[in-house]
Design a protein around this ligand. Structure first.
Ligand code: BES
Ligand code: ZN
Length: 622
């Protein structure tokens, strides 16, 4: 207890004194700390929001949300305006304290940031209400026609707010360093269910009216809404799954281990602070694998492999309930604090459930992903601390934040021992719970609470090189996977003609072994050799999207005919960007492939969310 208190005091002192951090990430104000986030117009040290009451009607005919966002505000003495971020919103009215019409103006439009909304407020202003309609192509929203759902009968809507898309559906202070609680009343067409990153219904409301509460303060990027035909089934006491009815059984089977994951996570780094933990399985156009919306992870259906082999993604999103949702990166330049910690934590959960050999496979695959990204990225983007000012924060979403972040933490663990490291991480989550942290503050905290205990090790760790220099430091822990080494020897035996393809022992291979096998497979196999592999292992017919996507890289290169149609239908139905980028990338390597990519994309584009569309538009137009 005494130790906890000391850590807490040190933490608070750091919070107040972090003007000593790098550059002017934070500067001191008279009585509060100014948070500098290059991706918001908000000035929270003048006026900041603390609570949102959101009343909304979801209109599937017009594909808009009509809403009133009433913000409770807290202001410093001199301030006379509340600044919100907004993008593409049509504003109808702004009221102060519910009755007085307010003067406001819109700032200049920026391609990435949208524009500011500056609302003049008075001495006695406590509430500011904005009535508005979302734009027709609000980037956070994906409106699906019935044909784009599994049930084919009802339309579907989901949001994706991270990193800075919340402002396209709610006028808000859209910065990860600004937190608020929220209540919502949402009206949807009768028969449909509405879910948010909050307390959620388990049954459909016949009137189509739902209320939500999020009692813990969250940043705007964690605001989420989904509307469609959905049902719920519980897994454990506080865990469960939502999905379209026809996907529910499959989802429940796949995620049966969610409760064990939650308990493993709590054993590692302390209490789960959000009440329930449910997962919503979305239609396949969801652009990411998963999104850690608090209390309700949004997930792609492409992890429903039928054998529970791709559930590390659930461990990942669950881990964000600590790293990211509880302790949040202060700006997107500190994204590695969210994702690096989460990858590290995800692997620890998987290790608790399935042992070290399983976690090692994930680390080895992660290291390969990292090395690949390191080769193609501009060196300055291979530093953990990013400089994303003036850019789309999406550019920071690569394996540097995820895997270099993970390997930095693993290396610290390796230097100082697991016990000390785990105690440090638990205290870190406790000290900064419901707060945001930037890289400099984290490093000061790390130094005072762990590294200082052994200054010789501290010297050897070279923290600044890890964080502020490009590339991967040579003191990085080495990871090996026995299971993946076995895959490599099998492959070699086949390639050297020592074993026939059907003599390979693959019975106990998980998805990860197959992914590794396909990645290591020579890139100049003939059509005949691909046929032989396909006949033996049935890759083209695989129900596992990870395996399928890795296989298509080979079939595209060799122009392997039997995979043409399956590839096309995969690209048309799946909108997960992680799969689309390498597949379109492989197609565009030849002129013939480029034409094909363009033809398929024309058909597929309406099924993709704006984040995937933006990426693939850029790829095919350059
Ligand atoms: N928070 C991310 C998704 C994200 C990051 C969305 C940045 C928008 C901007 C989520 O937790 C994530 O990392 N998802 C990964 C899966 C994970 C297992 C690596 C994904 O979607 O691929
Ligand atoms: Zn993540």
């Amino acid at each position: 207890m005494i130790q906890r208190t000391v850590v807490f005091i040190v933490g608070m002192a750091l919070l107040i004194s972090c003007g000593t951090g790098k550059k002017n990430e934070m500067s001191k104000q008279s009585d509060s700390v100014e948070i500098l986030d290059p991706h918001t117009f908000a000035k929270p040290h003048e006026v900041k929001v603390t609570h949102l009451d959101w009343k909304a009607r979801v209109d599937f005919d017009q594909k808009v949300i009509e809403a009133t966002a009433t913000w409770t505000v807290e202001k410093s003495k001199k301030a006379d305006s509340l600044i919100l971020d907004a993008q593409g919103l049509e504003i109808q009215e702004v009221l102060l304290n519910g009755n007085e019409s307010a003067k406001y103006y819109r700032g200049e439009e920026d391609v990435h940031l949208g524009s500011s909304m500056v609302i003049f407020i008075n001495e006695d202003t406590r509430k500011v209400s904005v009535t508005y309609t979302t734009g027709r192509d609000a980037a956070a929203l994906q409106w699906l026609a019935p044909e784009q759902t599994a049930g084919k009968e009802h339309p579907f809507l989901f949001t994706q707010s991270q990193a800075i898309l919340a402002r396209t559906w709610i006028p808000c202070q859209d910065s990860p360093g600004i937190r608020f609680t929220y209540n919502a009343e949402v009206e949807v067409p009768a028969g449909l269910m509405a879910l948010m990153s909050a307390s959620n219904p388990k049954e459909v409301s016949t009137a189509g009216k739902y209320t939500f509460q999020m009692e813990q303060p969250v940043p705007a990027y964690l605001m989420a809404l989904a509307v469609g035909e959905m049902s719920f089934q519980s897994i454990g006491e506080v865990t469960g799954v939502y999905s379209e009815p026809s996907m529910l059984n499959k989802s429940v089977y796949e995620f049966a281990n969610m409760d064990s994951m939650l308990h493993a996570a709590e054993r590692l780094y302390g209490d789960y602070r959000w009440g329930r933990y449910d997962v919503l399985v979305l239609p396949p156009s969801f652009p990411f694998g998963g999104m850690e919306n608090p209390r309700l992870t949004f997930a792609t259906p492409t992890i429903l492999a039928g054998d529970r082999s791709l559930t590390s993604l659930i461990a990942h999103e669950l881990a964000h309930s600590w790293s990211g949702n509880l302790v949040t990166n202060q700006s997107w330049n500190d994204f590695w604090l969210n994702e690096g910690f989460t990858v590290y934590f995800e692997r620890r959960i998987m290790e608790s459930l399935y042992g070290e050999t399983y976690a090692n496979m994930l680390d080895v695959l992660g290291m390969e992903d990292l090395k690949k990204d390191m080769k193609s990225l501009d060196p300055k983007d291979t530093r953990l601390k990013l400089e994303l000012e003036g850019r789309n924060p999406d550019e920071g979403m690569n394996n540097v934040a995820y895997e270099k972040g993970n390997f930095f933490l693993k290396t610290i663990e390796n230097f100082y021992g697991r016990e000390a490291f785990d105690e440090f991480v638990t205290q870190y989550f406790d000290t900064f719970a419901f707060k945001s942290v930037n890289t400099e503050l984290f490093l000061e905290y790390l130094d005072s609470n762990l590294l200082k205990t052994d200054t010789v090790k501290r010297e050897k760790l070279r923290v600044n090189e890890w964080v502020y220099s490009p590339g991967l430091p040579d003191n990085c822990v080495k990871v090996k996977s026995r299971r993946l080494q076995r895959v490599e020897s099998s492959l070699k035996a086949w390639e050297d003609g020592i074993l026939d393809i059907d003599e390979l022992k693959t019975d106990d291979w998980s998805s990860h072994e197959w992914i590794y096998f396909l990645r290591k497979l020579s890139t100049d196999l003939s059509v005949n050799e691909l046929s032989e592999l396909d006949r033996t292992f049935g890759f083209t017919r695989s129900q596992n999207t990870e395996i399928l996507a890795a296989w298509f890289i080979h079939t595209i290169r060799a122009d392997y005919e039997p995979a043409h149609e399956p590839l096309e239908s995969f690209l048309v139905s799946v909108g997960r960007r992680k799969f689309l980028v390498p597949l379109y990338g492989a197609l565009t390597k030849t002129e013939k492939g480029k034409d094909k990519a363009k033809r398929i994309y024309e058909k597929a584009r309406p099924n993709y969310h704006s984040v995937s569309r933006n990426t693939i538009d850029d790829m095919l137009n350059s």
